[in-house]
Design a protein around this ligand. Structure first.
Ligand code: HPA
Length: 272
């Protein structure tokens, strides 16, 4: 259950630690932590220090919220997100978005590592998410009392903010960064997809597949928080020539493509 009291406890703790009126929130995906190096005047709160925050698992003991200056704005960055496949529920994984909103963010930027289902897209490419398909079998808004937090029947006709996405596209052009655009499908994981599942995803209209992001986007829309998201494509999901994937490879590819994502996010923060 989500309670306003819990949220207030988390928010007030962070404010007491100097997380004052951030303007932009950022969620960093797997292997995409380097943006944090560009943040100045950092204040850090580890997830396990924040009252009422979901308890970080052993793998995610390093999860933290970082506050500071980036691109001339106060930002709050989530380094290490919560996933369904770690056993968290939809309310847990989206809790930090509600906390960042409670702190005052006006825009949200989300990143993830994803597999390319559309084979015109290649390993190492960036894909701006234009729309999504929720294949995680649930919703972060399906709980008793959701109406106290916003409209239950949240409109999803344009879940990604057009203005922010247009700015990202023009930044990509001016910085000579190739930015594809497409549909992201979210699955639970943690197992990767079978060949038959990749064929299905393609038929469904997905360009990329990953294990995150969609719940956070749904909650951002619930909160009327403009959001953009970029996938870093870490592998090519060709059902007719499928090679075994190695999660270490995925993380390594995410790291090589990361500077392009950092440049786009920084540029956007300067513009919004
Ligand atoms: N599926 C396939 N490939 C991927 C994924 C995924 O969920 N995430 C990163 N590469």
């Amino acid at each position: 259950m989500l309670s306003k009291k819990q949220l207030t406890q988390s928010i007030e703790y962070l404010q007491s630690q100097g997380f004052e009126a951030p303007e932009v929130g950022i969620v960093l995906g797997t292997g995409l932590g380097k943006l944090v190096d560009s943040i100045e005047n950092q204040k850090v709160a580890h997830y396990n220090q924040i009252p009422s925050f979901p308890l970080a698992t052993v793998e995610f003991h390093s999860g933290k919220l970082i506050y500071g200056d980036l691109g001339g704005k106060k930002v709050v960055v989530m380094q290490g997100r919560f996933h369904l496949y770690e056993g968290y529920d939809f309310i847990d994984i989206t809790y930090p978005v509600r906390v960042m909103h409670g702190l005052g963010i006006k825009n949200l930027l989300v990143s993830n590592a994803a597999g390319a289902v559309n084979l015109d897209m290649k390993k190492g490419d960036l894909m701006l998410i234009d729309d999504h398909i929720n294949l995680q079998g649930g919703s972060p808004l399906a709980f008793k009392g959701v109406s106290e937090f916003g409209e239950r029947f949240t409109d999803m006709s344009a879940p990604y903010d057009k203005e922010m996405n247009d700015k990202l596209k023009s930044l990509a052009t001016s910085q000579n960064i190739s930015l594809k655009e497409g549909v992201y499908a979210s699955v639970v994981g943690p197992q990767l997809e079978t060949r038959a599942e990749y064929r299905m995803l393609k038929i469904l209209g997905a360009d990329a597949v990953g294990m995150s992001t969609v719940p956070e986007i749904i909650v951002a829309n619930h909160l009327n928080l403009p959001v953009s998201a970029i996938s870093v494509l870490t592998d090519e999901c060709d059902p007719d020539n499928l090679e075994p994937v190695d999660i270490a490879d995925i993380i390594a590819i995410a790291g090589t493509a990361e500077p392009k994502m950092v440049a786009l996010f920084k540029g956007l923060i300067e513009l919004i």
